[in-house]
Design a protein around this ligand. Structure first.
Ligand SMILES: Nc1ncnc2c1ncn2[C@@H]1O[C@H](COP(=O)(O)OP(=O)(O)OP(=O)(O)O)[C@@H](O)[C@H]1O
Ligand SMILES: [Mg+2]
Length: 267
């Protein structure tokens, strides 16, 4: 299963979701590959790996045709999670990709070659906050799209553009891409606003929205500073429990979706 986590809005919880879903899926016994496609490298550092080294990373895969297997590293927290790290030069990839052949397919091809040799249960791709060629590569490589939405004002702003991009990708580049889930993040039960936004998102997207929402939790925001997922950093915290529940719900949902007798969901 190849899952892209995208939303071109910044700071909505994409990286936190990738890192913590990876950790929660690992707890469920799954092998996970995280691909850090964001030049900020937050998923890389959040998993305890330095993004400021000369080691090969996703840039080399996309631009230099380095086989992905040569860039994959382990993470300190668990041997079930592996990582294709981001590095500083990734910022240039967005521009360098423009003139490349089959520029939207480079990640898809590299990932397919890797997975053939290294079977992996779940691939999670973290995207930068933009709809440029890096995110496009992620959408073309993916089977499923998970969209985190932060429960605040303007939450739905920009989503129309994201959905149109997904439609374009489906039509021209990756017909089997599916928006499988929307995850509400940073909910705050003490504010009416957060609940209002959650209601609004559920009214708009219906069953696509996971029942589990991720509450605002200080422990989740502290964890990256320790190079760990929130799930492992404070196992019993509300954030950890929520991400575990989200991981279970998400896996169950994608299993249901793959069952040909189940109703298909499209957005
Ligand atoms: N549930 C949460 N509770 C508290 N803080 C959170 C939560 N989720 C994310 N954060 C914090 O909010 C900030 C933004 O989260 P995150 O980096 O995951 O978003 P992002 O969408 O990946 O951002 P970007 O668009 O810059 O890549 C981070 O400081 C993170 O630690
Ligand atoms: Mg991020």
């Amino acid at each position: 299963m190849i899952v892209t986590v995208a939303n071109q809005k910044g700071g909505v919880g994409k990286t936190t979701t990738v890192v913590n879903l990876a950790a929660a899926l690992a707890e469920l016994g799954k092998t996970v590959l995280v691909v850090d496609l964001d030049p900020q490298g937050n998923a890389t550092t959040g998993l305890g790996v330095s993004s400021r080294t000369d080691n090969a990373g996703v840039y080399d895969v996309l631009i230099e045709d380095v086989p992905m297997a040569q860039t994959v590293v382990g993470v300190p927290e668990t041997e079930k999670v592996q990582l294709v790290p981001a590095s500083l030069d990734l910022a240039g990839a967005e521009i360098e990709l423009v003139s490349m052949v089959a520029r939207e397919y480079r990640l898809r091809k590299a990932l397919a070659a890797y997975l053939e040799e290294h079977p992996t249960d779940v691939v999670l791709i973290d995207c930068p906050p933009s709809l440029g060629l890096l995110t496009l590569n992620a959408l073309v490589a993916a089977e499923e799209l998970l969209i985190p939405i932060q429960c605040e004002y303007y939450a739905l702003e920009g989503l129309g553009q994201l959905i149109r991009t997904v439609d374009m990708v489906r039509e021209h580049l990756n017909p089997t891409l599916r928006i499988s889930s929307i995850l509400l993040t940073m909910t705050d039960s003490r504010t009416n606003l957060s609940e209002q936004v959650a209601d609004e998102v559920r009214a708009f997207f219906g069953d696509l929205v996971l029942d589990t929402a991720i509450p605002r939790s200080v422990r989740l925001s502290e964890a990256p500073g320790h190079g760990r997922s929130g799930v492992a950093y404070d196992e019993g915290s509300r954030g950890a429990l929520a991400y575990r529940a989200a991981a279970e719900e998400f896996t169950q949902r994608t299993v249901d979706l793959r069952d040909p007798t189940a109703e298909t969901v499209t957005a």
